[in-house]
Every structure is written in structure tokens, then in C-alpha cells.
Design a protein around this ligand. Structure first.
Ligand SMILES: *Cc1c(COP(=O)(O)O)cnc(C)c1O
Length: 378
């Protein structure tokens, strides 16, 4: 009999998959330091356990100061990068006190820096090469660099930019972004970071970056968690990215339906024959999307089945008609290796990133695989 906890939606996080995926990135780009993305609770996988499992990456990147603070409180001593920088003088001071590397992408942040009494060891200058989200125009890069140098010559300055369309091969948009970066990279010999997961695997910027000797930082996120199907990851199965998260729950009740009977809110699903329905203890309150249509795949006791009826807050319903041996207590895999988060995300027009990131707080994360001994955590 399964335990109480194992009935409700829970996520197992395979830390060995995370390590395996990290090695794939290291292998794809030998010698490049890795800045691992752990923002948004490590894409829903759990900030602190993931940070510990990635104890030997060169830095960890977060979006919010609060995330950096949680990592420091947990004893993480690796370099931390604040991807959006900070927005007030108090935050600047806090970020420096937490020994963060700070991204600056606006004049306002430059002004905060000039006014501050303490400075970080590393500043990443973000260049807007065409995504038009964060960053200084490429033409302004040299000026920003001299502005930072005039504040303090002790600060190491690095360049960061981000691709808008890296998950598409032969993208015109990526080509244009590379073109816009080219004039800077002709002269700049400092460290540079351009590539997210798909860009790392397709070596999107490698030709441009390799024209001069410099330190090239990789910025993998989703690929570490194995929650996307990425271009450039078409090797044999041993060297493929593995899904770290398996989102699952158990069947807590079974219903028998006659033809014409309906299931769930609004009666969206109508039985067209005698049917057996399993009620699963997972719903949108756990992060399983309410928009999931009838027919979306799940695994019941390892065999493929489908969602029938609207997803509720705490429950969803699956077809057990052709699974007579499954019933109360059966394990249902909502996503994991199969169906993958990105396969399921496609059912509702989103991406695997959103599914794994939105797994809610009440869902227990159960970690599989060895964490490094405490002494190894930097
Ligand atoms: C989140 C993020 C990444 C990682 O992107 P993935 O597609 O998850 O690999 C890289 N760079 C920046 C600036 C990001 O915000």
C-alpha cells in the first residue's frame, strides 16, 4: 500500500539526470565555464537541492535578489549572477553584500553604480543585439565599459547578450543578432556569454566567439533539466538530455460510466460507450494545466492513457477502460521521460519550461540520486 504522501501529486527530481545533462553541455563546448540557470526555483525543480547538485558549475544565475539571498542562506558560495541586475540603491548594496555578479542593462543602473559606495567584483554589461528586451545598444557598449571603469578599475567587466530565436536552426533573427555583435567582438577580449541551452548545443555563436581568444561562458537552463527537445541534441540516446522531473500522482477513485454520461466540470467529456474512469490526485492547484484537452497523454502503470474531462483544482480524470488491471493506487505519470513536458506543453500551445516551472509549492519534490557530501558544496 503506498504511503499517504505518494497519493497526492509529487515530483521526483533525478539529480543524476541533471549531472548527466551538465556533462552533455561540457562535452559540447569543452573548456567553457558554465553559468547554470537556477532562476524560478530552478525551473520548478527546487533551488537549493539543484544548486547543491550543481556544486561544481562555475556560477549560478538567478533573476531576483531574493533568490540569491536564499542561496547564500543555504551556504552556496559559488559566484551568483543577477540576470536583471537591481533597481534601487538598497538593492545594489544588498547584491554586493551577497557577493553577486551584477548585470547592468540600463542608464539607471549605471547611475546606481556610480552612486554606490561598494562595488561587485564582476559586472556583466548586457548588450541588446536584437531581442529588444534588456540591454544597451551595441554602439553604446564601449561607452558603458568606460563608465564602469571610471567607477572602479577593480571591477571585471564581462559582456552578455541573449538570442531570441536560438531554438530554431538557421534563424535569420539569430544571424542578424550575430551581425550586430560582430563589431564589438572584433575588439573586446574580455569574457563573453551569449548562449542559452539550444545555442550551446548548436554552437550558434562559436565561429564569432572563436575569432579571438577569450573566456566563453555558457548559460544553459532548460537543457540541464532535460525538459525541452533541443536542436543540436540529436546524438545517440546515451548522450541525449534526460528529463530530471517526473510529475506523478496516484488514482484515488474509480467510476463506471454508461454511454452518454459525462465527466467533470461542465460535463466536457461525454462517454460514447461503457467506460471506466480513474480519478487522479493532481490538478491545476498542483500545476497541471487546466487547459489540457481530452486525449492528452498520461501513463497509467506504465501504459499510455488519456485525460478525459476538465482538469479540476485537485484532481483530474483518465480513461482506464482498456486498463482493467489499473485502479485505486495505480501510479499515473503526468509528465517525465514520457510523456515529456514539451510534448504535453504542445497540447496547449506552450513550452515545457512553463509546465515544469509552474509545479506548485504544495507538490513534494522527492530527490533521487546522490547529493555531494556537504564539504563539496562550495
Ligand atoms: C533563462 C535564461 C537563459 C537560459 O535559457 P534556456 O533556454 O533555459 O537554456 C539564458 N540566458 C538568460 C539571460 C536567461 O534569462
Amino acid at each position: 500500500m503506498p504511503t499517504d504522501r505518494a497519493f497526492a501529486a509529487h515530483a521526483t527530481i533525478d539529480l543524476t539526470a541533471l549531472r548527466h545533462n551538465l556533462e552533455i553541455f561540457r562535452h559540447a563546448r569543452p573548456g567553457c565555464p558554465v553559468m547554470a540557470m537556477v532562476k524560478a526555483n530552478a525551473y520548478g525543480h527546487g533551488l537549493i537541492p539543484v544548486a547543491h547538485a550543481l556544486h561544481d558549475v562555475d556560477s549560478l544565475a538567478v533573476a531576483r535578489l531574493s533568490e540569491a539571498s536564499v542561496l547564500r542562506d543555504a551556504g552556496v558560495r559559488q559566484p551568483l549572477v543577477l540576470l536583471e541586475g537591481v533597481f534601487t540603491a538598497a538593492e545594489w548594496q544588498q547584491a554586493v553584500a551577497l557577493d553577486c555578479e551584477i548585470v547592468i542593462h540600463t542608464e539607471e543602473q549605471l547611475a546606481l553604480m556610480r552612486a554606490a559606495r561598494t562595488q561587485p567584483r564582476v559586472v556583466w554589461v548586457k548588450v541588446n543585439s536584437g531581442m529588444n528586451r534588456l540591454g544597451f545598444a551595441p554602439e553604446g557598449f564601449a561607452e558603458v565599459v568606460s563608465a564602469v571603469r571610471s567607477v572602479s578599475s577593480d571591477i571585471e567587466i564581462r559582456l552578455m547578450s541573449h538570442f531570441a530565436d536560438a531554438d530554431r536552426e538557421d534563424s535569420d533573427l539569430s544571424a542578424r543578432q550575430l551581425e550586430r555583435l560582430e563589431p564589438i567582438l572584433e575588439h573586446w577580449t574580455g569574457a563573453v556569454s551569449l548562449e542559452n541551452s539550444p545555442a550551446c548545443l548548436t554552437r550558434l555563436a562559436q565561429d564569432l566567439l572563436k575569432r579571438a581568444p577569450r573566456q566563453i561562458w555558457l548559460r544553459p537552463g532548460i537543457g540541464l533539466y532535460g525538459a525541452a527537445s533541443l536542436v543540436g541534441n540529436d546524438a545517440d540516446s546515451e548522450s541525449r538530455l534526460r528529463a530530471a522531473m517526473t510529475f506523478k500522482a496516484r488514482i484515488i477513485a474509480v467510476q463506471m460510466l454508461s454511454p452518454g454520461e459525462r465527466v467533470g466540470y461542465g460535463g466536457r467529456f461525454v462517454a460514447d460507450r461503457e467506460m471506466r474512469i480513474g480519478v487522479v490526485a493532481a490538478g491545476y492547484g498542483d500545476g497541471y494545466p487546466r487547459m489540457m484537452p481530452d486525449g492528452a497523454p498520461v501513463l497509467v502503470d506504465g501504459a499510455e492513457s488519456q485525460i478525459v474531462g476538465r482538469v479540476s483544482m485537485d484532481m483530474l480524470t483518465v480513461d482506464l477502460t482498456s486498463r482493467p488491471s489499473s485502479g485505486f493506487g495505480s501510479e499515473v505519470i503526468l509528465w517525465g521521460r514520457t510523456p515529456s513536458a514539451h510534448r504535453l506543453a504542445a497540447e496547449i500551445g506552450t513550452i515545457g519550461y512553463e509546465l515544469v516551472t509552474r509545479v506548485s509549492d504544495r507538490v513534494d519534490r522527492i530527490y533521487l540520486g546522490e547529493l555531494p557530501p556537504a564539504g563539496q558544496v562550495r
